[in-house]
Design a protein around this ligand. Structure first.
Ligand code: SF4
Length: 248
């Protein structure tokens, strides 16, 4: 059955969503769809407060007055402007977009030919995950200062069972790496991507690319020393190309 025809999810009256930014087309810089042309929709609000968050403008309540209230139709109209009306991969980001009610946008967007990918930390599961084409669950490692609720992570993965689901862990240090290994063992059937954390994040400062390259080489050494051949190690391509610049 076509996902759009599933009876358990109905098109509800379109409500406003909290939108931080809609930008692109650019490319996806991480994970399973790295390099794919895409438009990003970043939603506001998050149930986490990661110590190294690079999207605080989409998290902190002090920024909420800057977030636009848009209906699903408003959002898709903006995407149409950016793509000239052409269908595209739409990447849903945040904040934690799982706290939003996105089923109407997904249903209407898929009718226009768009495909949808979403990244969430796996702390909130929603029935509408089944409408996604791709779902990246990115549980946050110990360096984030957040604890993983394993039951909620399991529920998030189960909710996305109809999507092409993969896992992604950002690694800042050896303890994060051990956490990533635990994730790999817990979910052996899901593709797992590792990337290096950018710990000199400041939108007003240049990225220390040599430091990132060195950490990436170190991560690759750890993986190969452990003969961990089921994992994929990727750079954050957008950071290498555009540094800390917002909207890329
Ligand atoms: S889950 Fe993501 S958006 Fe939320 S605080 Fe952590 S890094 Fe920031």
């Amino acid at each position: 059955m076509n996902k759009l025809e599933r009876p358990e999810i109905e098109i509800s009256k379109s409500k406003t969503l909290r939108v931080v930014e809609i930008f692109g087309p650019t490319i996806q810089g991480e994970g399973a769809y790295i390099g794919r042309p895409t438009v990003f929709i970043r939603f506001g609000g998050c149930d986490y407060r990661c110590l190294w968050c690079d999207s605080m403008h989409a998290v902190g309540k002090q920024y909420a007055h800057q977030w636009a209230k848009m209906t699903a139709e408003d959002i898709l109209a903006k995407v149409d402007i950016l793509t000239g009306g052409q269908p595209i991969l739409i990447t849903i980001s945040g904040g934690n977009p799982a706290i939003q009610q996105l089923e109407t946008m997904l249903i209407l967007g898929k009718k226009r030919g768009h495909t949808f990918s979403m990244e969430t930390q796996g702390s909130v599961a929603k029935p509408w995950f089944k409408l996604l084409d791709q779902l990246t669950i990115s549980p946050k490692p110990p360096s984030s200062g957040e604890d993983t609720d394993w039951a909620k992570l399991d529920a998030s993965i189960a909710a996305g069972k109809d999507a092409e689901t993969s896992l992604k862990v950002v690694v800042f240090d050896r303890i994060d790496y051990a956490y990533a290994q635990d994730i790999g063992k817990r979910y052996p059937d899901l593709p797992l991507y590792l990337s290096i954390g950018n710990d000199n994040y400041d939108p007003n400062m240049p990225v220390d690319k040599e430091a990132l390259h060195a950490k990436m080489r170190q991560l690759i050494d750890w993986v190969n020393d452990d003969k961990w051949y089921a994992v994929t190690v990727l750079p954050q391509l957008h950071v290498l190309l555009w540094g800390n610049e917002l909207g890329k």
